[in-house]
Design a protein around this ligand. Structure first.
Ligand SMILES: [Fe+2]
Length: 307
């Protein structure tokens, strides 16, 4: 197998993402970003969009990386799968991480491969001792390969498994306890799951192990209906963040304190000013927390360890 070393670069790795609002990077916005030096805290990219060696994607990313902290978000490692990790894919992810020295690397509590097939979805898993062993082994392997803790993201759920023995939060707590990974709280996913599975999104946020959260995601969902006409929300990343999600985000910040927050908008990508406006709105919530609101709730939440 060919081995490559990461090219020389001038990126210094920040220890963590700044507690500011960031946005997902889309090449359609590159000229706007270059022209305006926007006031955003960081950019996030999907690792799988940068698996090639060079060309315009990497030229743009190197340029961006000179001025902004970077978060790399994986969507293809299939951490929740029963099969062993794709070592070639992991090797490419490591090469990318070595090249750009991101402030954070995150992946999903989900699976997306079956044999050699890559399914174009992040699929949910039951939460039980068998899946816990797989997830822990996969997180351990990724962290060992990358030489750093990763952030594991809560998924959007559309069904509940009979074979689950853990709540999602207890499962995440156990993964953190066994692997020393950190968490990415996707507030939209929490709201989507709560609506689809009829539980309280507020209770979910209140119970989330906030002291391990190093990044928050916010996105716009799409609305549909299931076969009996009940609302079905889809984590579509295709719209402005809805009011219910902003309210939940406010509660999460009151518990966690200011933390890096990403506006995820991957489909029907908006004009740059609209994306920037969403980031500015998140920044106002962060400023509110910095000015001292939510201190009581936060001190309780941050003493909530995982055992
Ligand atoms: Fe997300």
């Amino acid at each position: 197998m060919e081995t490559r070393s990461a090219p020389e670069h001038s990126c210094t790795r920040e220890r963590s993402l700044p507690a500011r609002a960031g946005v997902g990077f889309k090449s359609a916005h590159f000229s706007d970003i270059e022209a305006s030096a926007p006031d955003v805290g960081f950019f996030e990219i999907h690792a799988e969009n940068y698996m090639g060696d060079g060309g315009p994607p990497h030229a743009q990313l190197m340029r961006l990386r000179r001025d902004f902290p970077l978060s790399i978000h994986g969507v293809g490692l299939s951490i929740g799968g029963a099969e062993r990790l794709d070592r070639e894919h992991l090797r490419r992810v490591k090469f990318l991480a070595d090249r750009y020295a991101p402030a954070a690397f995150s992946e999903h509590l989900a699976w997306s491969t079956q044999g050699a097939r890559f399914l174009n979805d992040l699929l949910p898993l039951p939460y039980n001792a068998t899946t816990l062993a797989h997830v822990v082994a996969h997180v351990d392997e990724i962290q060992e390969t990358l030489g750093r803790p990763i952030l594991l993201e809560n998924p959007a759920a559309y069904l509940r498994f009979q074979s689950s023995d853990y709540s999602e939060i207890d499962f995440l707590r156990e993964v953190v306890r066994r692997t020393d990974c950190r968490l990415l709280l996707d507030v939209t996913n929490a709201y989507v799951s709560a609506t689809n599975l009829a539980f309280s999104a507020e209770d979910y946020i209140n119970a989330f192990p906030m002291s391990y959260v190093e990044e928050i995601h916010l996105a716009g969902y799409a609305e549909d209906a299931d076969e009996i006409g009940d609302p079905l929300l889809i984590d579509a990343h295709c719209a402005p963040v809805q009011d219910a999600v902003w309210r939940l985000y406010d509660r999460a910040l009151a518990l966690r304190g200011p933390v890096a927050t990403l506006i995820e908008w991957d489909n029907d990508v908006p004009a740059w000013p609209l994306l920037l406006e969403q980031a500015a709105r998140a920044a106002r919530f962060l400023d509110k927390q910095r000015s001292g609101f939510g201190d009581n709730a936060r001190s309780e939440a941050l003493h909530d360890g995982v055992g």
